[in-house]
Design a protein around this ligand. Structure first.
Ligand code: FE2
Length: 286
């Protein structure tokens, strides 16, 4: 059975970090509709003033953040002494687990800055695991030619036998970047019981027969075996993401997402006391 669309959410202008103007596709108010996903931010601008302030030092606990840069460069550094750059086409899949403090700073280059950050929740048993990073470069991401006019980058999951580079994820997630030429069709099977959504970032298309949807909209599907999508007159590019719901209570404040309010209070208390970081010893041992 095809998955029908249950809801279309319009992204909303949001000011984040030290003053970054971005579009929030979904976030806190939508919990638990997109479980296991918590948030999707879309930063796209050709004006450096919209993004150069960046996201200076801030903590995370209890989640994973997945940063996918379509165009531009983001420099990052963290409390474990890691530093690096995420370039166009690269993905950083970060498991904050018990806690990290990091910064994410977009850099000025010619042209447009565009990227996404997705927050994947962690189940209670994994919220306090040791932090880890997966740095995925563009070269590592397979592109599958599904049909003549449909190409899909597989960031996570498997498509036509090609597996994306981010494997053994804590929450089973499929993360696809789908590019469709004008008036094409894409039929994609999805796992039963999994949450599936699309986010359009170029062009328009039909997720509901006869109703065209454009950029910066989240399309949320009900359960079923597959999705059937058609592109409009100018083609379309969108993220197609699915994940296994966690089904646990969510207690969320700022960059910390736990199950209970007491765990949230504890995290903020630890930040005040300077005991927030469990993985700090990596840095001290060096
Ligand atoms: Fe962050």
């Amino acid at each position: 059975m095809d998955r029908r669309v249950t809801k279309i959410l319009e992204s909303r202008p949001t000011l984040e970090g030290a003053g970054v103007r971005l579009k929030r596709a979904f976030g806190h108010p939508e919990v638990p509709q997109l479980d296991p996903f918590l948030l999707l931010d879309d930063f796209r601008s050709n004006n450096p003033r919209d993004y150069l302030a960046g996201f200076p030092w801030h903590p995370h606990r209890g989640i994973e953040t997945v940063t996918y840069i379509i165009e531009g460069v983001v420099e990052h550094g963290d409390s474990m002494g890691n530093t690096g750059k995420i370039h166009s086409g690269d993905v950083q899949w970060m498991t904050a687990g018990s806690g990290i403090i990091h910064q994410e700073m977009p850099k000025r280059i010619d042209g447009m800055m565009q990227g996404f950050q997705l927050w994947v929740n962690l189940p209670s048993a994994k919220k306090m695991i040791e932090p880890r990073y997966r740095d995925v470069t563009e070269r590592m991401i397979p592109e599958v030619q599904v049909s003549k006019g449909v190409r899909v980058k597989v960031i996570a999951g498997t498509l036509n036998g090609l597996e994306g580079p981010t494997k053994d994820l804590i929450v089973d997630t499929e993360y696809l970047d789908v590019k469709m030429d004008p008036r094409e069709e894409f039929i994609h099977s999805t796992k039963k019981g999994y949450k599936v959504f699309a986010y359009i970032f170029e062009g328009k298309g039909f997720f509901i027969p006869g109703k065209e949807t454009g950029v910066q909209n989240v399309i949320l599907f009900e359960d079923g075996e597959k999705v059937k999508i058609r592109s409009g007159e100018d083609g379309m590019r969108f993220l197609l993401i699915s994940g296994k719901p966690i089904g646990e209570p969510v207690s969320w404040h700022g960059p910390i997402v736990m199950n209970r309010h007491s765990e949230l209070m504890q995290a903020y208390q630890e930040m005040e006391d300077g005991t927030f970081l469990r993985a700090r010893k990596n840095l001290e041992e060096e």
